[in-house]
Design a protein around this ligand. Structure first.
Ligand code: PGA
Length: 906
């Protein structure tokens, strides 16, 4: 049986526009290489390209041999240059793909994944606009940007991509050949810079770089785009202003789990940089409004409120004495400029000449701006209800002085150690960690019931405890300075028990962020992250015990909700794709029942990455596949690694991504899910499938002797570890165990080696041995969005996987018997999975029913595959002791290129 699976036939072309754009950019890159490096270099690259394309088209041994010969003939410097060229080409292909998405986005409200599209779909279901408005009144939708290290592109590369995308847009809209020629010249210039830009980071990225990166997205794509979206939605909703339910979150500078470099100072720095971006934007906008609103009292009246604001502005300029709006805005500017240094640690870019009192809260700034708007509306009419001032007010409402709400995160094991040390030092309990769960809970609830603190300045705490206490104190300081929205949640990684959550409140109490009493209160709430299969299965019971504690009941009265985070990657690493997907679904349902049963709202926080093995795939489909009742207008979702740039680097695509998220939430919350009710009878089938899949997966990963050695040899895991793409270490523990390895390098390695097991392994066995009939599986696929979405994601992964290439990686394993055994298992399971998927979906080949995606993937493979072949050879050389720097560089370039080509790999 051939290992290279086939797609829908090659003649099925890539959507025409995409192909044309790829060719256009490819031609420019070719011209640049020819002009700068000469014909010989160009021909060498071009010959390999053609050989690879021919191999993909024909798939014959002869074509394979030609390609292999060409690759084998490359010298080391040529190999490095070749890897660079294909990686650049793949990055450029991505620009073309995004360009198509932008064009698609311009279909605007005609699309289904917009608020207007959701309203249309709901109307057909008999759900009116009023129900949507009602839902959004208490909604919260928040993408949360994290620094998970799966983005291989440097900022310089991202910037070049943006510049080229911008030029492509101009090209689209050019009105004459002369104009087009000018834009093409600029494109050549940009591609030429790109061609000479180093793709690899020479030093490890630091947390401060991660903060700057995150802030650059907030700056470019959130600060301006969110208010525009709200303004658009006002029209969509027939003139009704929606509350600010769509907000932004961040983990960058707050996620300490396994990252020792995220300290108290770093957390402060994150808020300072965020605040700086927001305040600069407000200052600019206020300044511009001041320039614009030149109405004179001689020609128009103002409200008394506006007059008072103008009179208090200390603006004595004779030029403006009759222009109260300008005077009022000068005063607002001066106050905000006075606020700036305290929040950002630096002087404002354009200081005010007037001494003014700083604003003590964003609400005070908003109130002043509202006074200006009220006067405009009263005296000049509804034309002022839209435009720069309402946009600015919306921005202040959404972003405050903090811009994005930062979550804190730490591992439960750290809290346990710190709490133990505090209790011991205070003489309360000698060995907290030796206590069983009931005893821990009893002790913690008692401590949370009174006001005495544990920490003392006289004690000599361990470094870990001192660091945690310092971070907590900083959290309190940050909240004081930047407002309550600056930090709301404290995520507890690896939550297994009630005490894991109580410990956090005990720590928060030390810095006044938890206050005991008859009506205990907190300013930051502890939130569990359930991330193994076992913990997900137990999640609802754990939460039921937690929420039944009288102390917690009282504490949660005021927020009226409990957030629970569920982890996609780690549950996948623990128990396989199918099992994790199902257990997440079931846990969501069960949590909804338990939290709802306590009279609270559940807010799920989905911790998902870009690769399917980490919960990736279409967010819209994923939302529609959520169990009924679990969304209800409130959701947070992580946006990680390469996904952040893919969705938010371009402001137009960012707006689309945010709108898609919103439309998905609205539909998931209000749509009648007839199919979902069918889920109950099918649950049993899913349970059986999940059990079998997990058995097969764990037999391979956790029960096969030598599996860890296989994994370390047959994937570029060790090479990925020094790619410099993230600030945190790749493992939580200094061991080689799969449990200790973080999910990102795990999934990333499998993607690079093209086996991509985390996206499918176990499914074939589940279908073959799970005892569920094909008829039932087909029915599930017909009626159940959850099942469809799972299969669609898996199908995409299978289409990107390549067992022939994966087999060559297996060749890197020195123990041949081990390699044959493990790879044999992988291959057999792949065949089973492939066959099962085709049978369930009624296709004769992968993506037969999705020819556009098939074409997109197929067009990339001729560029990805040679990089894989070179990577294998270079890894072999390196592992045999070749210390040549070019070998290392070549490996990293191929990793970079393969990641660019596969797009959602990390
Ligand atoms: P974590 O993230 O390793 O930070 O828990 C898991 C993931 O998203 O892969």
């Amino acid at each position: 049986m051939p290992l290279r699976h086939s797609f829908a036939p090659m003649t099925q072309s890539l959507p025409d526009q995409l192909r044309a754009t790829v060719r256009f950019l490819g031609r420019i890159l070719g011209d640049v290489i020819r002009a700068e490096d000469g014909e010989a270099v160009f021909s060498q690259i071009e010959e390999i390209r053609q050989a690879s394309v021919a191999f993909h088209r024909e798939g014959t041994p002869e074509a394979a041999r030609v390609m292999a010969d060409r690759l084998a003939g490359l010298s080391l410097p040529d190999t490095v240059r070749f890897a660079h060229s294909f990686a650049v080409f793949l990055q450029i292909t991505n620009i073309a793909e995004d360009q198509i998405q932008r064009r698609r986005g311009r279909a605007g409200d005609a699309r289904a994944d917009t608020l207007a599209g959701a309203l249309r779909a709901l109307k057909a279901d008999g759900v009116g606009t009023e129900a949507v408005a009602e839902l959004l009144r208490t909604a919260l939708i928040a993408p949360v940007i994290t620094a998970h290290p799966s983005e291989v592109r440097r900022k310089s590369v991202l910037d070049r991509q943006s510049a080229i995308a911008y030029d492509l847009d101009l090209f689209d809209h050019a009105r004459s050949d002369v104009e087009r020629a000018g834009i093409e010249r600029e494109l050549v210039r940009q591609v030429s810079i790109f061609w000479r830009t180093r793709l690899l980071r020479s030093v490890r990225i630091a947390v401060s770089d991660e903060i700057e990166n995150a802030v650059s997205y907030f700056d470019r794509s959130f600060l301006a785009e969110l208010p525009r979206l709200y303004a658009h939605w006002r029209d969509v909703m027939g003139g009704e202003d929606l509350p600010s339910f769509l907000r932004v979150g961040s983990w960058v500078g707050g996620d300490r789990d396994g990252n020792p470099y995220v300290t108290a100072q770093v957390m402060r720095q994150a808020l300072m940089r965020q605040s700086r971006a927001a305040l600069r934007m407000y200052l600019e906008r206020i300044h511009a409004l001041g320039a614009e609103l030149s109405m004179s009292v001689r020609l128009a009246d103002v409200t008394p409120g506006l007059q008072a604001l103008a009179d208090h502005s200390h603006d004595e300029s004779p030029h403006r004495s009759d222009e109260p709006y300008r005077r009022a805005l000068t005063g607002i500017y001066a106050r905000l400029a006075a606020t700036y240094p305290g929040l950002t640690g630096e002087a404002p870019p354009r200081p005010s000449s007037k001494a003014a009192e700083p604003y003590d809260s964003p609400q005070a700034l908003k109130a002043d701006l509202q006074t200006v708007l009220d006067s405009l509306l009263q005296k000049h009419g509804p034309a002022f209800a839209a435009g720069p001032l309402p946009d600015l007010i919306r921005a202040v409402d959404v972003f405050g002085f903090h811009l994005a709400t930062l979550d804190m995160r730490q591992n439960s094991s750290v809290h346990a150690r710190v709490v133990a040390e505090l209790l011991k030092t205070a003489g309360v309990c000698d060995d907290y960690e030796a206590l069983d769960e009931p005893a821990r809970c009893e002790l913690l609830t008692k401590e949370l019931g009174h006001g005495r603190l544990l920490a003392t300045p006289f004690a000599n705490y361990s470094e870990e405890t001192a660091r945690e206490l310092e971070t907590l104190a900083m959290a309190a300081d940050v909240k004081r300075r930047y407002g309550p929205e600056a930090i709301r949640a404290y995520i507890v990684s690896n939550t297994q028990s009630v005490s894991d959550l109580l410990e956090v409140y005990l720590l928060l109490k030390e810095v006044g962020l938890y206050r005991p009493g008859d009506a205990p209160s907190a300013e930051i709430f502890a939130e569990p992250l359930f991330e193994t299969i076992e913990d997900l299965r137990a999640a609802s019971k754990t939460m039921a015990r937690y929420l039944s504690l009288p102390l917690i009941r009282k504490l949660l009265v005021q927020p009226g909700l409990q957030e629970v985070m569920i982890g996609y990657s780690d549950s996948n690493k623990d128990g396989s794709y199918l099992t994790s997907t199902w257990e997440l679904h079931k846990a969501s349902r069960a949590l909804c029942a338990v939290v709802g049963g306590e009279g609270l709202r559940l807010q799920l926080f989905h911790g998902r990455g870009g690769a399917v093995g980490r919960g990736g795939g279409s967010s819209f489909e994923a939302l529609l596949a959520q169990p009924q009742g679990t969304v209800h207008g409130r959701i947070r979702i992580t946006e990680q690694g390469e996904v952040v740039a893919n969705k938010y680097a371009d402001p137009e695509i960012a707006r689309q991504s945010l709108e898609t998220l919103t439309a998905g939430v609205v539909l998931a919350s209000l749509r009648r899910q007839a199919a979902d009710e069918l889920a109950a009878p099918h649950s049993k089938a899913m349970d059986a499938l999940a059990r079998t899949a997990m058995g097969a997966y764990r037999a391979l990963v956790y029960e096969t002797p030598g599996f860890v050695d296989y994994f370390y040899a047959a994937t570029p895991i060790s090479e990925i570890a020094d790619l410099n793409i993230g600030s945190r270490p790749t493992s939580r523990q200094a061991t080689r165990s799969i449990q200790g390895l973080r999910a990102i390098p795990w999934v990333f390695s499998w993607s690079q080696s093209r086996a991509m097991a985390p996206g499918w392994f176990g499914f074939g066995s589940a279908v073959e041995k799970g005892g569920v009939s094909m008829a039932q599986l087909r029915e599930l696929n017909e009626v159940w969005p959850f099942f469809q979405s799972m299969l669609a994601n898996m199908e995409m992964v299978l289409a990107k996987s390549d067992l022939a290439i994966a087999g060559r990686y297996a060749g890197l394993v020195e123990d041949r018997a081990l390699a044959d055994h493990v790879f044999g298992e992988i291959r057999a399971e792949w065949e089973r999975t492939h066959a099962a998927l085709l049978e369930i979906t009624g296709q004769s080949q992968l993506l037969e029913k999705n020819p556009d995606l098939a074409a997109v993937i197929r067009s990339r493979l001729p560029y990805i595959d040679p990089l894989n072949h070179l990577q294998i050879e270079l890894i072999r050389r390196r592992r045999r002791g070749d210390e040549d720097e070019a070998v290392r560089e070549g490996i990293h370039l191929t990793i970079n290129g393969v990641a660019a080509g596969l797009r959602n790999t990390g």
